[in-house]
Design a protein around this ligand. Structure first.
Ligand SMILES: *Cc1c(COP(=O)(O)O)cnc(C)c1O
Length: 384
């Protein structure tokens, strides 16, 4: 595992002074009362190891959140585990569930940690390409991504142990539909697969899209580990507080792996988040409005610049097609873009695993200040 393209592009942004729409680091801060609670908790002495499963009040708040939003019951004692971000939850889940030689399915493109942690677990990540819709250069409708059920079926073998689902999805901004989730769930029941579902963007869904959790479908709660985190929801990506919910037998296995990864972390953050999670809807509504406006500005600007944007219903990111600028290779395009336009993006190929995957897409992030998005868009239009 070499230096990632993320490091390269961040360095390029620093060196050239380009507007960085590469990495998904929010430029905006978290809610002020939450920040003040953490400061108070630190000064009040919440500075030693929390319990291995996490601060009890946070586990209760997570269970209440799952009940309120999805109608799912989890026992705060035994069915909820607090982790060092969603990343540790995913890593510990794969270590807990996989034996060497097992196969893990993930939709391609996918979050770059998945193949890496599958390897740590001795397993192999098998990419299942998402189908592109309306992607022809002259197609009139907005392009997007869809489940390719035949490709998913064909990818399941006798060694397949886990399916990683990420909805809302990074890097595409896709929200899996009710019909897609039902089809995935049916296959997982038929082939006895465990689902690890990464829902860190569960609150950042725009327009008419609805986030649904696969754990709520018939027969799925018992075979699903649901993972989320405070980072994206509260604009506090540096805190690294995540959680996993599932049946006690699966959560216990994740906890067994987690105890030797970090044991436990983030005591003052956990204390403050335990109180904040109850009022998350109000804060998330505000954050959604900000992000949706940024997405619209970016999408309209990319259209004007001739970089055809894909549909992004959720999250921080938007895909754009670079072919109208005479480019076919996203990596070369992203290396040139800071010099040509003063903007940094990330080639979508950094998230693609299939050897024959398309390379004409790049990812722009809109979790930045409106000012940065507007500046980037003006530069892209000027350079078009
Ligand atoms: C940002 C992100 C994560 C990481 O979450 P942390 O809580 O910071 O570990 C996991 N999955 C996806 C899809 C992400 O975009």
């Amino acid at each position: 595992m070499g230096e990632s393209v993320f490091t390269e592009m961040t360095e390029l942004a620093r060196r050239t002074g380009a507007v960085n729409l590469g990495q998904g680091v929010p430029e905006l801060d978290g809610p002020r009362p939450l920040l003040e609670e953490v400061a108070a908790a630190v000064l009040a002495g919440a500075n030693q190891y929390p319990p291995a499963y996490g601060f009890p009040a946070l586990r209760e708040a997570v269970a209440a959140h799952q009940r309120r939003r999805y109608g799912l019951e989890y026992a705060p004692q035994g069915e909820v585990l607090v982790t060092t971000g969603a990343t540790e939850a995913i890593a510990a889940a794969l270590m807990a569930l996989c034996d060497p030689g097992d196969e893990v399915l993930a939709f391609d493109p996918c979050y770059d940690a998945y193949p890496a942690v599958a390897r740590f677990a001795g397993a192999r990540l098998v990419p299942v390409p998402l189908a592109e819709e309306n992607a022809g250069e002259n197609a009139g409708d907005t392009p997007g991504f869809a489940l390719d059920l035949d490709a998913l079926r064909a990818a399941v073998t006798g060694r397949t142990r886990v399916l990683i689902l990420n909805s809302p999805h990074n890097p595409t901004g896709k929200v899996f539909t009710a019909a897609e989730l039902a089809a995935i769930a049916k296959l997982c029941r038929e082939r006895d697969l465990t689902v690890v579902t990464d829902e860190v963007y569960e609150h950042l869904v725009y327009d008419d899209a609805t986030h649904r959790t696969i754990a709520a479908l018939p027969g799925m709660r018992e075979r699903t580990l649901t993972i989320s985190s405070a980072g994206k929801t509260f604009n506090v990506t540096g805190w690294k507080v995540g959680w996993v919910c599932g049946p006690a037998r699966l959560v216990a296995a994740v906890a067994a792996a987690k105890q030797f990864l970090t044991y436990a972390s983030g005591t003052p953050y956990q204390e403050a988040l335990a109180r904040a999670l109850g009022g998350v809807e109000e804060w998330a509504g505000e954050l959604r409005r900000t992000l949706r406006r940024n997405r619209d500005l970016l999408s309209e600007g990319l259209t004007r610049a001739g970089l055809r944007p894909y549909r992004a219903e959720a999250g921080y990111f938007l895909q754009a097609d670079i072919r109208a600028w005479g480019h076919a290779d996203g990596v070369r395009f992203c290396r040139e873009l800071p010099l040509r336009a003063g903007v940094v993006a990330i080639p979508t190929s950094a998230f693609l695993l299939a050897p024959d995957a398309p390379s004409h897409l790049v990812r722009f992030s809109f979790c930045r200040r409106e000012k940065s998005v507007v500046e980037a868009v003006e530069k892209l239009i000027a350079a078009a």
